[in-house]
Design a protein around this ligand. Structure first.
Ligand SMILES: [Zn+2]
Length: 272
């Protein structure tokens, strides 16, 4: 009964549960595979173990326990026949990630109906990690029968500087409707195609690719430019203006004064 409970908690086929230990605040299930010789991925012949170490992955969450981890041996092995070397790996457990696929999916699912920030705080995980898992796994469980009226479209990075994606969200609720890989006009078009039947307003930044994709896929919709980006344009222009005037040098205080006036609320300004 007790071991069946742990088996279902871990829910990984074929693994053997050796024992569970607590290291500082972390509960760790020590797992292993049935004794066997992994075959060479190139020629399918017998292989020899060169080095071995243990690696841990986040795998589940329980009230009062927090995140619990699994630990599995990772071996570096060499083929006795062709000499190829490789590391042992396990299905559903990405070797370079800190968490199993099952845990990443659960975290992504937890974000729905709340926010990425709230989930990151509850699990004490970095915001960017939860965000990456959300955008990786959310597309697989997003609903198909959606008819939003107003959406935001924006690009984001799966990994900063490497893999980009385009997300389409509800402008009011922030619910994610579609995610597509890439950030060019074609990717934006693919993402918008999910909502193009019903959408009447599309909010985006000022990128020309956004404008072209919106005109192409949602020609009937009104294109609204995100106010954040408009304010950014305005402050940039103000800054350029200030630098230009600054070149005169002498009337420094005067320029500062004009800048302050320009960035005030109109209601606060007096006649002078
Ligand atoms: Zn081989």
């Amino acid at each position: 009964m007790y071991s069946q409970f742990i088996k279902e908690l871990i829910d990984l086929p074929d693994v053997l549960i050796q024992k569970v230990r607590k290291e500082e605040e972390r509960w760790i299930f020590e797992l292993s595979l049935p004794e066997q010789c992994p075959l060479c991925p190139v020629c399918l012949k017998r292989t020899i173990k060169m080095t071995g170490k243990k690696k841990q992955w986040m795998h589940g969450y329980a009230q009062r326990i927090g995140i619990f981890w699994i630990e599995l041996p990772v071996e570096r092995r060499r083929c006795g026949t062709c000499g190829a070397t490789f590391s042992t790996s396990y299905p559903g457990i990405p070797p370079r990630s800190v968490a199993t696929n099952a845990f990443q999916r659960w975290v992504a699912q937890s974000c729905i109906g709340t926010s990425i920030q709230a989930v990151a705080r509850m699990l004490k995980l970095p915001y960017t990690t939860v965000e990456r898992w959300f955008y990786t796994h959310a597309p697989s469980f997003l609903s198909n029968d959606i008819q939003p009226k107003a959406v935001c479209v924006d690009e984001f990075a799966f990994r900063k500087g490497h893999d980009y994606g385009v997300a389409v969200m509800d402008a009011d609720t922030g619910e994610v409707y579609a995610i597509e890989e890439g950030k060019n006009e074609e990717a934006i078009g693919r993402a918008l195609a999910h909502v193009s039947r019903s959408v009447q307003v599309v909010v985006s930044d000022l990128a020309p690719a956004m404008k072209r994709a919106i005109q192409e896929i949602c020609p009937e919709a009104t294109h609204v430019v995100d106010y954040f980006h408009v304010i950014q344009l305005f402050t940039n222009a103000l800054e350029r203006c200030r630098k230009y005037l600054d070149k005169g040098g002498k009337k420094h205080g005067n320029v500062r004064y004009v800048c302050r006036l320009l960035s005030q609320c109109p209601e606060k300004l007096t006649e002078e």
